[in-house]
Design a binder for this molecule. Structure first.
Ligand code: BES
Ligand code: MN
Ligand code: ZN
Length: 502
């Protein structure tokens, strides 16, 4: 992980030696739109014969958000200066800060060490710039040779130059709790990136068990244990695969002793071939990340433990592989879920909801949680509706939905609420069982999937996040690398901080 330090530049005195100390190696400078240049920018610029302003002019760079300008080796002791456009000062909040840090880190990938000059922003925001940088420098390189990786991922140390000693101190004191979040996101990205031949349910459960060293309680349920619990829906999905299923329950008890926990539930289909209702070949490899909901829950629980969050939380993940074989579940099969409800499986590719049915029922009944939030790459239909910018949000509780939407705007992990309605619910009535796993038409596919989950919730406050469109990025965006995004970790960490720790 990228190493961060916070320092300051003494602006008031315009000390010559300090500016000179800075003007060495590689630099990133945050530039606000249509604002007077900061003293540090000014100092650096003057020291290199106005190279920065001339380059910016040549590139028509004005500091607009999402733009940048790279100046290579303007003088012999300066290898690279990147100006990062960060938009209007008034709009510069935590998410904008994280994006800026991400762009900086990705543009500095060919440097080993660099400094990032924040200009006049608060220590709090400077810490979020650092978080963005750490996440922007993330790369999954378990299967590449080192030389190849080092071409673009050299950066190991980034020094964040804050506006004053006070702000640097504030950033330093906030940083440990943000490093925890960065580690959580990295863990999520790691497991989501792993191919399905490596990350089987058993391997996933083992990696979760390793989190015990951070103070998480971890309990692993194997097939016999789940048979005892009556998990017919989850086990029906698992039965076609030689890779045995697992359910893993993680507990973090950082709150008051008898305070009921928050519950987070994740879909962990380590590979989704569709089963007998087989998916088309094109793009099927993407279904290795059909466990991104579980990945997010694991990353979140790790983050809460690492930053010793003052909250009680329980994370539950249902880990299965959905495969085709002589033992696989068939369309038309009827399974009995842990809730006692029977389910007619009309399409074996609508498997995520079957897995979640049992895990959600278990979460609600065993932990009497304050609320349940589930995350799942549940439907292709949500990608049709919302693309890759917003995840779908469904909830039986307006307060909960609003709190999640707010955390989404603050972290850039945005949510768009879609309706639940008993008219949609009717579409799941089966002729032969209590419920069928798909509706007969293709209409409102994400909503009917959410309605299915709702039948296993009861009275608990609940929100379902359909993250099929946001868990994986085909291109790098917002300063973050392409591939697994880690969507949900920062969102829910923020949700927990704002709502349950103050
Ligand atoms: N894992 C898929 C959903 C998905 C699609 C995730 C694309 C990420 C990208 C899910 O299990 C699935 O196959 N859903 C079906 C449901 C249908 C059979 C009702 C779908 O969306 O086609
Ligand atoms: Mn499927
Ligand atoms: Zn799936």
């Amino acid at each position: 992980m990228l190493q961060i330090s916070f320092s300051t530049q003494n602006n008031s005195e315009h000390s010559h030696s300090q500016e000179e100390a800075l003007i060495k190696g590689a630099l990133a400078i945050l530039v606000f739109e249509s604002e007077e240049e900061s003293p540090v920018f000014h100092g650096v610029n003057k020291a290199i014969a106005d190279s920065l302003t001339r380059a910016a002019k040549a590139e028509a760079f004005t500091g607009k958000e999402g733009t940048h300008c790279v100046i290579l080796a303007p003088v012999s002791h300066l290898s690279r200066v990147v100006l990062i456009g960060v938009g209007k000062k008034e709009a510069f909040q935590t998410w904008e800060a994280e994006k800026a840090g991400g762009y900086a880190a990705s543009l500095l990938g060919k440097e080993k060490e660099a400094s990032l000059i924040t200009g006049y922003i608060s220590g709090d925001l400077a810490a979020h710039v650092a978080l963005g940088a750490v996440l922007g420098a993330y790369h999954f390189s378990a299967y590449r040779n080192e030389a190849e990786v080092l071409k673009n991922h050299k950066l190991i140390k980034l020094s964040i130059v804050a506006s004053s000693v006070d702000e640097a101190d504030k950033a330093k004191s906030l940083w440990p709790s943000l490093v925890a979040v960065a580690q959580g996101v990295a863990l999520t990205r790691d497991v989501v990136s792993e191919p399905a031949n490596v990350l089987t349910p058993i391997e996933f459960a083992d990696r979760i068990s390793n989190l015990r060293c951070h103070g998480l309680e971890v309990e692993v349920f194997d097939r016999p244990a789940m048979e005892k619990l009556g998990f017919g829906a989850l086990l029906g999905v698992a039965q076609g695969s030689v890779n045995e299923p697992r359910m893993v329950v993680m507990r973090w008890n950082g709150g008051k002793k008898d305070d009921s926990p928050l519950a987070f539930v994740g879909k962990g289909v380590t590979f989704d071939s569709g089963g007998v209702s087989l998916k088309p070949a094109a793009g099927m490899e993407e279904m290795k990340w059909d466990m991104a909901g579980a990945g997010a829950v694991v990353g979140l629980m790790a983050a809460l433990a690492l930053r010793k969050a003052k909250v009680n939380a329980v994370g539950l993940v249902g880990l299965v592989e959905n495969m085709v074989s002589g033992k696989a579940q068939r369309p038309g099969d009827i399974v009995k879920s842990a809730s006692g409800k029977t389910i007619e499986v009309l399409n074996t590719d609508a498997e995520g909801r079957l897995v979640l049915a049992d895990v959600l029922d278990y979460a609600c009944k065993n932990f009497a949680p304050k609320l349940v939030v589930d995350l799942a790459t549940l439907t292709g239909a949500i990608v049709v509706s919302l693309g890759h910018e917003y995840a779908g949000l469904f909830s039986n509780n307006d307060t909960l939905a609003h709190a999640l939407e707010t955390a989404g705007l603050q972290t850039g992990e945005k949510l768009w609420r879609l309706p639940l309605d008993k008219e949609y619910d009717k579409l799941l009535n089966s002729d032969i069982a209590d419920i069928q796993n798909i509706s007969s038409g293709r209409d409102a596919g994400s909503i009917t999937a959410a309605q299915f989950l709702k039948r296993f919730i009861g009275e608990t406050s609940w929100a379902h996040l359909d993250i099929a469109g946001v868990a994986w990025a085909k291109k790098s965006r917002h300063g973050q690398p392409k591939g697994a995004t880690g969507f949900g970790v920062r969102l829910l960490d923020r949700f927990v901080r704002e709502g349950f720790e103050k």
